[in-house]
Design a protein around this ligand. Structure first.
Ligand SMILES: [Ca+2]
Length: 414
């Protein structure tokens, strides 16, 4: 029986949004009893390591061992290599805590050994304290204090009353920092407005400077921080381990959770294009349909929303059968979702999304061959019948029916 560290589950499943306040201070669980599961691909065990955390939201693994972990109500703690849980780390910026808003992501500088910056994504209050916007601060970790704390990015104007603030942090290989943001819910249309930062992925340098090659630099009426737009609320983001492209997960309204591969300057549709409906049961205000010309369709979409949150690609060696798979926490479904997807957009949706087994890894290994999974002998066999799948897609195209529905998301365990 294989053992899956709880830290992985904590990082991806994040937390329930209605979790009660902890009755006890966080502490290590001594002599925890492992729970055994059998998943679609392999068996594993889950062992509880720490209990008493309040809305644990994100993890960052320290190079010397140990973990930094955020609690959404505004606490950052260190779980030491010995498993002990620290008191809240001091020096954090002002944080707006209400509903979905609070302290969210944590990430380490890619040069952490030389520059021990800790980056925090959080909801920053207005000076009146009645609204919030997504912000990023960094500070140097010295013991259990953050020193030299500075806000390197902030969303202005701030429109959130505690909803849809994102926010995930991802560094790319060139050292840029991506920040995902929500539409603040009160401002869904703002996701289409390029003079606002709601509903956008932004790309900055870690000190807050704006890269010269951002897609809207020098364009009148557009914020130069913007990388992509038309997003609803992205709570997950990760770099693909091989293509190194940014992937994001996004909450739809009622239905229509999405995975996207944000490209510079592209429009991802919200609220004009969506697979979901409003919570009232009516169409989303302003929506024109599931797909709108000139806007990007999702790379993957859930018709029924599991409420996808944090995400990560599995690259470890402990579970070779999961290598290259995408894992997502799901707040409503309370699941850890495992998806097998293709590495490139070119071969997705109507064809390869139903691929099984090592399609993702195979695609990922050969970037130049594009849809390698479709043509290589190895993947053809792991995808099942290539001929049958191709036939299904062609039939769908001729009849003008939508392509075959993707398979239901796959949970690793209940
Ligand atoms: Ca979309």
């Amino acid at each position: 029986m294989r053992r899956l560290p709880l830290v992985l589950l904590l990082g991806l499943a994040a937390c329930r949004q209605d979790a009660p306040a902890p009755a006890v201070q966080p502490h290590v669980v001594r002599d925890a009893t492992p729970a055994h599961y059998v998943s679609e691909k392999g068996a594993y065990t889950v062992t509880e390591l720490v209990t008493g955390l309040e809305h644990p939201w994100a993890l960052a693994f320290l190079p010397e061992g140990g973990i930094l972990i955020t609690e959404r109500p505004g606490r950052l703690r260190r779980i030491g290599a010995d498993g002990e849980v620290s008191a809240p780390i001091g020096g954090l910026p002002d944080i707006f805590v209400d509903g979905q808003a609070g302290l969210l992501d944590v990430a380490l500088s890619p040069q952490f050994a030389r520059e021990p910056w800790v980056y925090l994504a959080f909801a920053e209050p207005t000076f009146r304290g009645n609204k919030a916007g997504t912000a990023v601060a960094r500070g140097r970790l010295e013991g259990d204090q953050l020193k030299d704390v500075e806000v390197v990015y902030r969303q202005e104007p701030k429109l959130s009353h505690g909803t849809h603030v994102g926010a995930r942090l991802v560094f790319d290989d060139a050292g840029h920092l991506f920040v995902t943001q929500g539409d603040n819910r009160v401002a869904a249309a703002a996701a289409q407005e390029l003079d606002k930062l709601q509903g956008k992925v932004v790309r900055i340098w870690p000190d807050g400077r704006i890269p010269d090659d951002n897609p809207f630099v020098g364009k009148a009426g557009a914020r130069p921080e913007i990388w992509s737009y038309g997003h609803r609320n992205m709570q997950g983001a990760a770099l693909h381990p091989v293509t190194r492209a940014l992937w994001t997960s996004e909450h739809g309204p009622q239905g229509g959770d999405e995975i996207n591969l944000p490209r510079p300057g592209a429009n991802y549709g919200w609220p004009l294009a969506t697979h979901g409906i409003d919570y009232s049961g009516k169409p989303v205000e302003g929506a024109r349909g599931r797909s709108v010309p000139g806007m990007e369709d999702p790379h993957y979409v859930w018709e029924k929303s599991p409420a996808v949150s944090g995400m990560a690609f599995y690259t470890g060696g402990l579970f070779p059968q999961w290598r290259g798979n995408l894992f997502l926490g799901a707040l409503a479904a309370k699941e850890l979702i495992r998806l097998e997807l293709d590495a490139t957009r070119w071969c997705t949706r109507s064809a390869c999304w139903a691929n099984a087994a090592s399609a993702s890894a195979t695609c990922a290994r050969d970037r130049t061959a594009r849809c390698t999974c479709w043509w290589t002998r190895r993947t053809a066999s792991c995808c099942g019948s290539r001929r049958r799948r191709a036939s299904r897609v062609r039939r769908a195209a001729r009849s003008r029916r939508p392509p075959p529905a993707p398979p239901p998301w796959r949970a690793c365990a209940r």
